[in-house]
Design a protein. Structure first.
Length: 235
């Protein structure tokens, strides 16, 4: 069962069978609940997480208490990248935005495995490069694209991360991910529903027209899909 679950994390699925077997005894399935804080900013990291169908936000909190959603991580990535870089702290908080399952591994064990696996470290370093590109793309998106285009882009990305057309998330959570006030998120969701792209009800958004949603999104979705595809290409 655990072996099969690894395949649902697209990052781990790039590993060879031998590397699978090395990690298998150290991975544990865990449920990430909505709003669960996996890491506090600048606090020690105890576990790394490889989402299966959960989605986690990396959140930067400013001195005045205002928080900004830096990016979201789902089944194509991991939470805990500082461990790959030799540190045990992360400057951002990690909070679950869509509840679901993840594979967790103790930080100390992962750091040991990085020394023994010939493929794991290069793969995770390539993922960090993709994550940096995602952070940069999000910054450009906030600056240059409309909130509605950005919402379409993120809904398509969230569907990829969850693996389902049904996203169990509140409009308040969506507003945090998109970076708008809740009233603004409500207006965007209503407009997308009128266009037949989505259906929304309390606590759930269902994507009805995926091609239409992609067409209505900004170029950021296509840019990030191309970045993620490089994770599966030969080194």
């Amino acid at each position: 069962m655990l072996y099969e679950l690894i395949a649902f994390n697209k990052l781990l699925s790039n590993l060879s069978s031998e590397d699978y077997e090395r990690l298998l005894p150290h991975l544990e399935v865990t449920h990430l609940s909505l709003g669960q804080t996996l890491y506090e900013s600048n606090q020690p990291i105890d576990y790394a997480y490889f989402p299966i169908n959960a989605v986690v936000s990396l959140i930067n909190t400013l001195e005045g208490g205002q928080s900004i959603n830096a990016t979201v991580v789902g089944n194509e990535g991991m939470i805990g990248v500082p461990l790959v870089l030799g540190t045990m702290r992360i400057p951002m908080a990690a909070v679950t935005q869509i509840a679901g399952s993840a594979l967790q591994i103790e930080a100390s064990v992962l750091r040991t495995e990085l020394c023994y696996s010939s493929a794991l470290c290069p793969l995770l370093l390539r993922y960090i490069q993709v994550l940096i590109s995602q952070l940069a793309q999000n910054l450009a998106c906030i600056r240059l694209h409309s909130a509605q285009e950005r919402c379409c882009f993120l809904l398509a990305l969230l569907q990829d991360h969850v693996g389902s057309s049904e996203l169990i998330m509140t409009q308040e959570a969506l507003s945090r991910v998109v970076g708008v006030r809740r009233a603004g998120a409500n207006e965007i969701v209503s407009a997308l529903a009128r266009a037949g792209l989505i259906h929304h009800q309390r606590g759930k958004i269902t994507i009805l027209d995926r091609p239409g949603l992609e067409a209505a999104s900004c170029q950021c979705y296509r840019v990030l899909r191309a970045e993620y595809s490089r994770l599966s290409s030969p080194l």
